[in-house]
Ligand binder design. Structure first.
Ligand code: 2AM
Ligand code: CA
Length: 269
Protein backbone atom coordinates (compact mmCIF):
# COMPACT_ATOMS: atom_id res chain seq x y z
CA UNK A 1 0.00 0.00 0.00
CA UNK A 2 1.42 3.45 -0.89
CA UNK A 3 1.48 6.42 1.53
CA UNK A 4 -1.73 7.93 0.12
CA UNK A 5 -3.81 4.73 0.26
CA UNK A 6 -2.48 4.12 3.75
CA UNK A 7 -3.47 7.63 4.88
CA UNK A 8 -6.96 7.22 3.40
CA UNK A 9 -7.40 3.88 5.18
CA UNK A 10 -6.44 5.21 8.61
CA UNK A 11 -8.56 8.37 8.16
CA UNK A 12 -11.59 6.19 7.41
CA UNK A 13 -10.88 3.91 10.38
CA UNK A 14 -10.38 6.84 12.79
CA UNK A 15 -13.56 8.45 11.41
CA UNK A 16 -15.53 5.25 12.06
CA UNK A 17 -14.23 5.20 15.64
CA UNK A 18 -15.20 8.86 16.16
CA UNK A 19 -18.67 8.37 14.69
CA UNK A 20 -19.31 5.33 16.90
CA UNK A 21 -18.62 7.47 19.99
CA UNK A 22 -20.89 10.40 19.04
CA UNK A 23 -23.74 9.26 21.33
CA UNK A 24 -21.57 7.45 23.89
CA UNK A 25 -20.51 8.92 27.23
CA UNK A 26 -16.94 10.25 27.21
CA UNK A 27 -14.82 12.59 29.32
CA UNK A 28 -14.30 16.15 28.02
CA UNK A 29 -11.55 18.42 29.36
CA UNK A 30 -10.80 22.09 28.78
CA UNK A 31 -7.23 22.80 27.56
CA UNK A 32 -6.14 26.46 27.39
CA UNK A 33 -9.71 27.74 28.02
CA UNK A 34 -13.38 26.74 27.91
CA UNK A 35 -13.20 27.37 24.12
CA UNK A 36 -10.44 24.77 23.74
CA UNK A 37 -11.69 21.22 24.30
CA UNK A 38 -10.26 17.73 24.19
CA UNK A 39 -12.20 14.51 24.72
CA UNK A 40 -11.28 10.90 25.34
CA UNK A 41 -12.34 10.34 21.72
CA UNK A 42 -9.72 12.79 20.36
CA UNK A 43 -7.08 10.88 22.31
CA UNK A 44 -8.37 7.44 21.26
CA UNK A 45 -8.50 8.46 17.58
CA UNK A 46 -4.98 9.91 17.72
CA UNK A 47 -3.73 6.76 19.41
CA UNK A 48 -5.29 4.61 16.67
CA UNK A 49 -3.69 6.70 13.92
CA UNK A 50 -0.31 6.89 15.64
CA UNK A 51 -0.22 3.15 16.33
CA UNK A 52 -1.03 2.31 12.71
CA UNK A 53 1.68 4.69 11.43
CA UNK A 54 4.26 3.34 13.87
CA UNK A 55 3.48 -0.26 12.85
CA UNK A 56 3.56 0.47 9.11
CA UNK A 57 6.46 2.98 9.08
CA UNK A 58 8.57 2.57 12.23
CA UNK A 59 11.15 5.14 11.02
CA UNK A 60 8.65 7.93 10.41
CA UNK A 61 8.08 10.86 12.82
CA UNK A 62 4.64 11.80 14.14
CA UNK A 63 3.12 15.13 15.18
CA UNK A 64 -0.42 14.96 16.52
CA UNK A 65 -2.47 17.71 18.12
CA UNK A 66 -2.80 15.82 21.37
CA UNK A 67 0.82 14.75 21.54
CA UNK A 68 3.60 17.26 21.00
CA UNK A 69 7.00 16.69 19.45
CA UNK A 70 8.52 16.74 22.92
CA UNK A 71 6.19 14.05 24.27
CA UNK A 72 6.93 11.95 21.21
CA UNK A 73 10.62 12.29 22.07
CA UNK A 74 11.30 13.36 18.50
CA UNK A 75 11.96 16.87 17.29
CA UNK A 76 12.30 18.54 20.70
CA UNK A 77 10.26 21.61 19.81
CA UNK A 78 12.88 23.07 17.48
CA UNK A 79 10.79 23.78 14.44
CA UNK A 80 13.66 24.22 11.99
CA UNK A 81 14.53 20.56 12.56
CA UNK A 82 11.28 19.64 10.82
CA UNK A 83 13.01 20.47 7.54
CA UNK A 84 15.49 17.67 8.18
CA UNK A 85 12.92 14.97 9.05
CA UNK A 86 12.56 12.60 6.05
CA UNK A 87 8.93 11.66 6.82
CA UNK A 88 6.71 13.54 9.29
CA UNK A 89 3.01 12.68 9.68
CA UNK A 90 0.97 15.70 10.85
CA UNK A 91 -2.34 14.63 12.35
CA UNK A 92 -5.42 16.23 13.85
CA UNK A 93 -7.54 13.28 15.04
CA UNK A 94 -10.63 15.50 15.38
CA UNK A 95 -10.55 18.96 13.82
CA UNK A 96 -13.71 20.61 15.11
CA UNK A 97 -13.87 19.04 18.55
CA UNK A 98 -16.43 21.66 19.68
CA UNK A 99 -18.78 20.47 16.90
CA UNK A 100 -18.23 16.86 17.95
CA UNK A 101 -18.99 17.66 21.61
CA UNK A 102 -22.15 19.60 20.67
CA UNK A 103 -23.22 16.92 18.16
CA UNK A 104 -23.08 19.34 15.24
CA UNK A 105 -21.80 17.91 11.93
CA UNK A 106 -18.51 19.40 10.76
CA UNK A 107 -15.70 17.55 12.53
CA UNK A 108 -12.98 15.93 10.48
CA UNK A 109 -9.91 13.70 10.60
CA UNK A 110 -6.94 15.51 9.05
CA UNK A 111 -3.75 13.67 8.04
CA UNK A 112 -0.80 15.12 6.12
CA UNK A 113 2.68 13.87 5.27
CA UNK A 114 5.68 16.20 5.03
CA UNK A 115 9.01 15.10 3.53
CA UNK A 116 11.85 17.28 4.83
CA UNK A 117 9.31 20.01 5.58
CA UNK A 118 7.56 19.83 2.19
CA UNK A 119 3.92 18.78 2.29
CA UNK A 120 3.42 15.87 -0.10
CA UNK A 121 -0.05 14.55 0.70
CA UNK A 122 -3.19 15.47 2.58
CA UNK A 123 -6.32 13.52 3.49
CA UNK A 124 -9.42 14.96 5.17
CA UNK A 125 -12.35 12.76 6.17
CA UNK A 126 -15.74 14.14 7.19
CA UNK A 127 -17.48 11.21 8.94
CA UNK A 128 -20.86 13.03 9.09
CA UNK A 129 -21.17 13.34 5.30
CA UNK A 130 -18.92 10.38 4.46
CA UNK A 131 -16.84 12.62 2.18
CA UNK A 132 -13.17 11.66 1.86
CA UNK A 133 -10.96 14.36 0.36
CA UNK A 134 -7.39 13.70 -0.72
CA UNK A 135 -4.52 15.17 -2.68
CA UNK A 136 -0.97 14.17 -3.44
CA UNK A 137 1.59 16.66 -4.70
CA UNK A 138 1.56 16.79 -8.50
CA UNK A 139 -1.45 14.50 -9.02
CA UNK A 140 -4.49 16.72 -8.32
CA UNK A 141 -7.15 16.80 -5.63
CA UNK A 142 -10.17 14.51 -5.25
CA UNK A 143 -13.31 13.89 -3.24
CA UNK A 144 -14.55 10.30 -3.14
CA UNK A 145 -12.57 9.60 -6.31
CA UNK A 146 -13.82 12.56 -8.36
CA UNK A 147 -11.42 15.40 -9.25
CA UNK A 148 -12.07 18.74 -7.55
CA UNK A 149 -11.04 22.29 -8.46
CA UNK A 150 -11.41 25.68 -6.79
CA UNK A 151 -14.21 28.08 -7.76
CA UNK A 152 -13.71 30.02 -11.01
CA UNK A 153 -15.42 33.20 -9.73
CA UNK A 154 -13.48 36.47 -9.96
CA UNK A 155 -15.33 38.71 -7.56
CA UNK A 156 -15.99 38.41 -3.81
CA UNK A 157 -19.68 39.15 -4.27
CA UNK A 158 -20.02 35.88 -6.22
CA UNK A 159 -18.54 33.86 -3.35
CA UNK A 160 -19.35 32.24 -0.01
CA UNK A 161 -16.45 32.84 2.35
CA UNK A 162 -15.56 30.72 5.38
CA UNK A 163 -13.96 31.76 8.64
CA UNK A 164 -13.49 30.53 12.19
CA UNK A 165 -13.34 31.96 15.67
CA UNK A 166 -10.01 31.10 17.29
CA UNK A 167 -9.52 30.31 20.97
CA UNK A 168 -6.93 33.09 21.37
CA UNK A 169 -8.66 36.35 22.35
CA UNK A 170 -6.53 38.67 20.15
CA UNK A 171 -6.82 36.40 17.12
CA UNK A 172 -10.60 36.17 17.61
CA UNK A 173 -10.92 39.97 17.76
CA UNK A 174 -8.87 40.29 14.53
CA UNK A 175 -11.09 37.76 12.75
CA UNK A 176 -14.19 39.66 13.84
CA UNK A 177 -12.72 42.92 12.54
CA UNK A 178 -12.08 41.31 9.12
CA UNK A 179 -15.59 39.87 9.19
CA UNK A 180 -17.05 43.35 9.58
CA UNK A 181 -15.13 44.53 6.52
CA UNK A 182 -15.72 41.46 4.34
CA UNK A 183 -19.35 40.60 5.02
CA UNK A 184 -20.81 43.51 3.00
CA UNK A 185 -18.52 42.55 0.07
CA UNK A 186 -19.31 38.84 -0.40
CA UNK A 187 -22.39 36.69 -0.99
CA UNK A 188 -22.32 35.45 2.60
CA UNK A 189 -20.04 34.21 5.38
CA UNK A 190 -20.03 30.73 6.96
CA UNK A 191 -18.22 29.39 9.99
CA UNK A 192 -18.16 25.60 10.09
CA UNK A 193 -15.98 24.99 13.13
CA UNK A 194 -13.32 22.88 11.41
CA UNK A 195 -10.43 24.57 9.64
CA UNK A 196 -9.67 21.38 7.70
CA UNK A 197 -13.25 21.07 6.45
CA UNK A 198 -13.32 24.68 5.28
CA UNK A 199 -10.00 24.28 3.47
CA UNK A 200 -11.47 21.17 1.77
CA UNK A 201 -14.49 23.29 0.81
CA UNK A 202 -12.23 25.91 -0.78
CA UNK A 203 -10.41 23.14 -2.68
CA UNK A 204 -13.73 21.80 -3.99
CA UNK A 205 -15.14 25.24 -4.91
CA UNK A 206 -17.93 25.26 -2.32
CA UNK A 207 -16.32 28.17 -0.51
CA UNK A 208 -14.50 30.74 -2.62
CA UNK A 209 -12.19 31.70 0.20
CA UNK A 210 -11.45 31.12 3.89
CA UNK A 211 -9.47 32.98 6.50
CA UNK A 212 -8.70 32.26 10.14
CA UNK A 213 -6.08 33.38 12.62
CA UNK A 214 -4.38 31.50 15.47
CA UNK A 215 -4.36 28.05 13.86
CA UNK A 216 -1.85 25.20 14.25
CA UNK A 217 -0.11 23.10 11.62
CA UNK A 218 -2.33 20.05 12.28
CA UNK A 219 -5.42 22.18 11.48
CA UNK A 220 -4.04 23.35 8.13
CA UNK A 221 -1.45 20.94 6.65
CA UNK A 222 -3.76 18.50 4.82
CA UNK A 223 -6.08 21.26 3.59
CA UNK A 224 -3.18 23.25 2.16
CA UNK A 225 -2.14 20.29 -0.05
CA UNK A 226 -5.75 19.97 -1.24
CA UNK A 227 -6.00 23.67 -2.16
CA UNK A 228 -2.61 23.77 -3.90
CA UNK A 229 -3.51 20.70 -5.95
CA UNK A 230 -6.99 22.07 -6.74
CA UNK A 231 -5.52 25.28 -8.21
CA UNK A 232 -5.94 27.63 -5.24
CA UNK A 233 -3.65 29.81 -3.13
CA UNK A 234 -2.76 29.87 0.58
CA UNK A 235 -0.86 32.74 2.19
CA UNK A 236 -0.69 34.49 5.54
CA UNK A 237 -2.56 37.73 6.17
CA UNK A 238 0.36 39.73 4.75
CA UNK A 239 0.34 37.70 1.51
CA UNK A 240 3.43 35.59 2.27
CA UNK A 241 3.30 32.02 0.87
CA UNK A 242 2.22 29.18 3.16
CA UNK A 243 4.83 27.82 5.56
CA UNK A 244 4.45 25.06 8.13
CA UNK A 245 3.56 26.54 11.55
CA UNK A 246 1.98 29.63 9.98
CA UNK A 247 -0.88 30.61 12.32
CA UNK A 248 -2.81 33.09 10.17
CA UNK A 249 -4.29 31.63 7.02
CA UNK A 250 -5.90 33.25 3.99
CA UNK A 251 -6.92 30.68 1.37
CA UNK A 252 -8.84 31.16 -1.85
CA UNK A 253 -9.32 30.16 -5.46
CA UNK A 254 -6.34 32.46 -6.21
CA UNK A 255 -8.40 34.86 -8.33
CA UNK A 256 -9.74 36.70 -5.26
CA UNK A 257 -6.65 36.35 -3.07
CA UNK A 258 -5.63 40.01 -3.44
CA UNK A 259 -9.20 41.15 -2.75
CA UNK A 260 -9.22 38.99 0.41
CA UNK A 261 -5.86 40.36 1.54
CA UNK A 262 -7.17 43.93 1.15
CA UNK A 263 -9.63 43.21 3.97
CA UNK A 264 -7.29 41.41 6.35
CA UNK A 265 -6.21 42.90 9.64
CA UNK A 266 -2.55 42.13 10.17
CA UNK A 267 -1.85 40.39 13.47
CA UNK A 268 1.35 38.88 14.90
CA UNK A 269 2.12 35.65 13.02
P1 2AM B 1 -9.73 21.75 16.88
O1 2AM B 1 -11.16 21.45 16.93
O2 2AM B 1 -8.90 20.60 16.42
O3 2AM B 1 -9.20 22.32 18.19
C1 2AM B 1 -12.11 26.49 14.88
O4 2AM B 1 -12.19 27.79 14.44
C2 2AM B 1 -10.78 25.90 14.42
O5 2AM B 1 -9.74 26.34 15.32
C3 2AM B 1 -10.78 24.40 14.45
O6 2AM B 1 -10.05 23.94 13.34
C4 2AM B 1 -10.09 24.09 15.76
O7 2AM B 1 -9.45 22.85 15.77
C5 2AM B 1 -9.05 25.19 15.81
N1 2AM B 1 -8.57 25.39 17.18
C6 2AM B 1 -9.28 25.34 18.32
N2 2AM B 1 -8.51 25.58 19.39
C7 2AM B 1 -7.27 25.79 18.92
C8 2AM B 1 -6.00 26.12 19.54
N3 2AM B 1 -5.87 26.25 20.86
N4 2AM B 1 -4.92 26.28 18.72
C9 2AM B 1 -5.06 26.16 17.39
N5 2AM B 1 -6.21 25.85 16.74
C10 2AM B 1 -7.31 25.68 17.50
CA1 CA C 1 -8.23 18.60 17.22
Amino acid sequence: MNHLDFAKRIALDAGALIKSKLDAPYVTNEKSSSFDLVTEVDRAAEQLIRQRITEQYPGHAFLGEEESFEEAGGIGGELDKVYRVPFLWIVDPIDGTSNFVHQIPGFTVSIALACRGELVLGVIYDPSSGDLYWAEKGTGAYVNGSPITVSDANRLEQLMIGTGFPTDEGARAAVVECLGKLSPKCRSIRSMGSAALQLAYVASGKLGAYWEYGLSVWDTAAGVVLIQEAGGTVTDAAGQPFRLFMKNIVASNGRVQEQMLDHMKLVEA
